[in-house]
Design a protein around this ligand. Structure first.
Ligand SMILES: C[S@@+](CC[C@H](N)C(=O)[O-])C[C@H]1O[C@@H](n2cnc3c(N)ncnc32)[C@H](O)[C@@H]1O
Length: 225
């Protein structure tokens, strides 16, 4: 009798796990479909992902990325494109930069980032809703960060954004790009290596962290300056 009850409980638990998995897969398909529509569909998709807590795991930051940001910010102006809920800048020593602007397409993420930065007293940080492919920088920047966001763009847009970012950096400025999988995002890494000069490269298992600087002729050819 006792064994039967245990077996039943196990069967129910397995069923619930399977149901949870199916629901997660369905949600992910819906998000992917909406993202493929672009525009408002993509915005809804990202907002829904943040609203349902899908990205809560991003609270844990890579110590390598945090250390790199602190080294490369150089006391200057930092921009993060696709900043999500602002977990990265929260982990960074605020003495390492003069100002920080985080840009993200998700209003839900930006609202959460601004609220938490306010609570943490990060007065040098500001967050904006915007599309990274349309981002325009109006001052020379010490450091631009694209942590797990560049590959969200189509290859042509990635290339355009990379060129624009590299052209807007100060002469000793740097661009940090991370991808969680070198295999899945191989073409993004190829674009980074083609348009920038790799200054630092860190591997955390499948994850790749690149610090890029501009080719010497970049500022002239892009026409952004
Ligand atoms: C995988 S999440 C990474 C978030 C954050 N960088 C982090 O590491 O915590 C990708 C982020 O890029 C943002 N994103 C995707 N496409 C975007 C676009 N076209 N313009 C602005 N943000 C975008 C998403 O809203 C999301 O916050």
């Amino acid at each position: 009798m006792r064994l039967k009850v245990i077996n039943n409980v196990n069967a129910w638990a397995r069923l619930l796990v399977a149901k949870g998995n199916v629901l997660t897969v369905m949600r992910r398909l819906r998000w992917r479909g909406a993202r493929a529509l672009g525009g408002a569909g993509a915005q809804w998709s990202w907002n829904d992902q943040f609203r349902t807590g899908y990205w809560d795991s991003l609270r844990t930051r890579s110590p390598n990325v945090v250390a790199l940001v602190e080294q490369l910010a150089g006391g200057g102006d930092v921009v993060e494109l696709g900043c999500g809920e602002g977990f990265l800048i929260e982990a960074v020593d605020s003495d390492s930069y003069r100002s920080y602007v985080g840009v993200d397409v998700s209003a839900v993420a930006v609202e959460s980032a601004a609220r938490r930065a306010g609570q943490a007293g990060l007065v040098k940080c500001r967050f904006e809703v915007g599309r990274i492919e349309q981002w325009r920088c109006d001052a020379d920047t010490s450091l631009i960060i694209m942590e797990e966001s560049l590959y969200c763009l189509k290859p042509r847009r990635q290339r355009r954004l990379l060129r624009r970012c590299l052209a807007r950096l100060k002469p000793d400025g740097r661009l940090i790009v991370t991808v969680h999988s070198a295999t899945r995002h191989r073409s993004t890494l190829v674009n980074c290596r083609r348009y920038g000069v790799v200054d630092r490269e860190i591997h955390e298992s499948e994850r790749v962290i690149l610090a890029l600087r501009a080719h010497d002729e970049e500022a002239v050819t892009c026409g952004c300056r």
